[in-house]
Design a protein around this ligand. Structure first.
Ligand code: TRP
Length: 374
């Protein structure tokens, strides 16, 4: 029997079936011709070629507009509610690439009320602390401060609230209920929240006084927000935002879920030390290898269910040839799980040492990124 899975913006559980999600959510697969079209403007990106970013809405329309000289802006975000792990960084790294290649602005939302409203155990004191910490991780990725604007819901409420109300007016409770897993007992803040997440998709258009196309790179669980946003936008005379969607970086414990910072043993945080990374990978990274070395040498391992291999594929091994060799050697039994893990540990630690250095530097740069209303 197939295991049930669930994907909403506030809950991901079970073994995620991405093909099924594409149908359920009504998003489109990124096909060869779209891939070529993106490549024509931006070149190749391994996350596109390897299907890490696998689905979209209206990307062809967005590129039509772009080719006509109608530049888009990027929009993505993070609800501060805990430390940042590698899974969070994945779509942001891709977003930074888009910003560089297309030379466009990025609006980065920090909805610091979202998890206060949704989760029982998160307070505004928590989100304040994590807002600061999370901003450091975003800045550390190297976004262009001249083209990147942080908007923080409670701080920028003066420019956001009115726009959110325009959206909220067009949404009924029954429209949000099913796709967000809400019910009669849900607090009314959680019912309203999606209208705040809709705002950055058209706020730049309001500020500039003309309609500007928007592209939202995000993990597929956020799609219900933007499906709804897209329904509403024409009703308030705005463009529907386009989106490009990625799958989840799996937790250490299994290759088919979503990394979560509330389970620190199965996630790798951006602040983890090299020792911690080594320990976590060795102890917890689910292996597609065989039980004994003898058996592994004979029958080989399965990279598809091997978390270490998946991290290399989705995030850390940019070189296709090297990745292919690792895959082949693992399948043939030439490469052992312990050796595969060593490759990954080194990659992660090289990345994190650099990231942590930039994260320190970011402490002086926060102010440059926060959007100034005046
Ligand atoms: N809801 C997202 C989270 O839980 C935060 C978010 C706000 C977001 N706006 C976004 C994510 C746009 C992706 C794209 O972290």
């Amino acid at each position: 029997m197939k295991e049930k899975f669930k994907v909403t913006p506030w809950e991901v559980s079970g073994k995620v079936d991405y093909d099924k999600l594409i149908k359920e959510f009504g998003v489109s697969k990124i096909d060869e011709s779209l891939l070529k079209r993106i490549e024509k403007h931006a070149g190749e990106h391994f996350m596109l070629k390897r299907n890490v970013f696998f689905a979209h809405r209206d990307l062809n329309w967005l590129l039509d507009e772009y080719e006509k000289g109608n530049k888009f802006f990027l929009y993505t975000g993070r609800a501060p509610s805990g430390p940042i792990h590698l899974g969070h960084l994945l779509p942001w790294i891709f977003t930074k690439w888009l910003q560089d290649k297309f030379g466009v602005e990025l609006w980065f939302q920090f909805p610091d009320e979202e998890k206060v409203l949704i989760k029982n155990d998160i307070t505004f004191e928590d989100t304040k602390r994590y807002l600061y910490e999370n901003m450091l991780d975003v800045i550390a990725l190297g976004f262009d401060p001249k083209k990147t604007h942080f908007i923080i819901d409670t701080k920028h409420a003066d420019i956001m609230y009115k726009e959110a109300c325009k959206v909220a007016k067009k949404i009924t409770f029954s429209m949000v209920k099913a796709s967000f897993g809400l019910n009669e007992q849900s607090n009314i803040g959680s019912i309203f929240y999606t209208s705040m997440q809709a705002v950055p998709a058209f706020l730049p258009s309001i500020i500039k006084g003309k309609k500007i196309p928007c592209l939202i790179p995000h993990a597929i669980d956020q799609d219900p927000h933007f499906r709804l946003t897209r329904d509403i936008m024409p009703k308030i005379n705005q463009y529907k935002p386009a989106s490009i969607q990625c799958s989840f970086l799996p937790p250490l414990s299994s290759a088919d879920g979503k990394m979560s910072s509330s389970e620190s043993q199965t996630s790798i945080l951006t602040t983890d030390s090299p020792k911690e990374v080594e320990k976590k990978i060795k102890k917890y990274a689910f292996s597609g290898g065989k039980d004994t070395i003898d058996e592994h040498r004979k029958k080989g391992g399965n990279p598809d269910i091997d978390v270490s291999f998946q991290y290399l594929r989705m995030f850390f091994e940019l070189d296709d040839k090297k990745l292919k060799k690792i895959e082949d050697d693992y399948k043939s039994g030439k490469l052992l799980t312990s050796e595969l893990k060593e490759i990954l540990i080194k990659k992660i630690n090289d990345f994190l040492v650099e990231h942590q250095r930039k994260r320190e530097k970011a402490k002086k740069e926060i102010d440059k990124f926060i959007f100034k209303t005046k």
